[in-house]
Design a protein around this ligand. Structure first.
Ligand code: AVJ
Length: 312
């Protein structure tokens, strides 16, 4: 893990333009900052998707029980399953025959879900899998013949550039069987000011979230980034839907990480994160381009976030 982190950081800072991977944002401090971001006024996606899961639960249940065959409900990157727990409760209340299989790289999260969820939702069966999404998905298919319903929420697909997101969906399609369903969360294109504000909150949480990765490199990889020498620069391009965060070097400087020296020119940027925004039509095209049929669109009341259901 630390070796992979170091290898990625060295190769990402050796290329031009320099980048760092947002998948490394989530250490303990990063998890806390993301929690705070989700609670700040400007960051809307979590509230929008939560609204879909709390107020459109019956439609979700109906879509997933279109076949009466029992199924495995698999959630990729389940986290603490806040949103999906509303769906789980509704399925259990209806007496639907299903098993919940959260997949996460964090073993702590999986253990927590396996013990806490059946307590909160009596009658629920939870069989978590800890590891890489695709490895664990193959595991789930090997373990049982039941049909599968996959969840990938939170606009997490948005952290991939469009081409990578398409490749990801194509790989999911290869693993899945005819009739299986996939629910994906997409943050939608909307007024650019609203999007930019969500990634440039007044309280500076998103700034700190980005800078925290430099702190993590210092701590875990023996780095010497001077945090004050980097400036958060959020951007949103309404044409492409790419919402990107950069860190700008405020001075000519050298940074040493585990004995490797990296030179930063004044005004040079590090590409930190993409949060891609889509139109509904673009998500439909991504469905067909990866072999799926889009079968349902669920939007929040503002029309800002889409949970879409695709069938193999
Ligand atoms: C967790 C990937 C959905 O891209 O909106 C929040 C992460 N980055 N603020 C997003 C994030 C900056 C978030 N996702």
């Amino acid at each position: 893990m630390a070796r992979q982190f170091l290898a990625d950081v060295i190769s990402d800072l050796s290329r031009f333009p320099k980048k760092l991977s947002s998948k490394y944002f989530y250490d303990e401090a990063g998890d806390k900052l993301f929690q705070q971001i989700m609670n700040c006024d400007e960051y809307y996606p979590t509230d929008c998707e939560l609204e879909i899961f709390t107020s459109r639960t019956d439609e979700l249940v109906a879509a997933f029980t279109n076949s009466t065959a029992p199924f495995d409900l698999i959630e990729l990157g389940a986290g603490d399953a806040t949103k999906s727990s509303f769906l789980l409760s509704a399925l259990v209340a209806k007496g639907v025959d299903f098993k919940y299989i959260p997949i996460d790289i964090s073993g702590t999260m999986i253990n927590y879900l396996e013990t806490s969820l059946p307590n909160r939702i009596p009658g629920l069966t939870v069989n978590g899998l800890k590891g890489d999404y695709f490895d664990m998905l193959d595991q789930a298919y090997m373990r049982s013949e039941r049909r599968k319903v996959l969840l990938f929420l939170g606009g997490n697909l948005g952290n991939m550039p469009v081409a990578d997101a398409l490749g990801f969906c194509q790989r999911l399609h290869e693993s899945m069987k005819p009739g299986d369903l996939l629910l994906l969360g997409f943050d939608l294109k909307k007024n650019p000011q609203i999007i930019l504000a969500a990634y440039n909150d007044i309280g500076g949480l998103t700034r700190d979230f980005n800078l925290n990765l430099l702190k993590r490199v210092n701590r875990e990889l023996d780095g010497n980034f001077v945090i004050e020498n980097f400036q958060h620069y959020p951007s949103y391009d309404p044409e492409t839907g790419a919402c990107k965060s950069y860190l700008i070097s405020l001075t000519d400087q050298e940074v040493v990480i585990a004995g490797n020296t990296f030179s930063f020119a004044k005004d040079e940027f590090i590409d930190m994160e993409i949060s891609q925004k889509y139109s509904i039509a673009e998500t439909d095209n991504m469905a067909t381009d990866s072999g799926f049929v889009p079968v349902k669109h669920l939007l929040d009341s503002k029309g800002w976030f889409l949970d879409t259901i695709w069938e193999v």
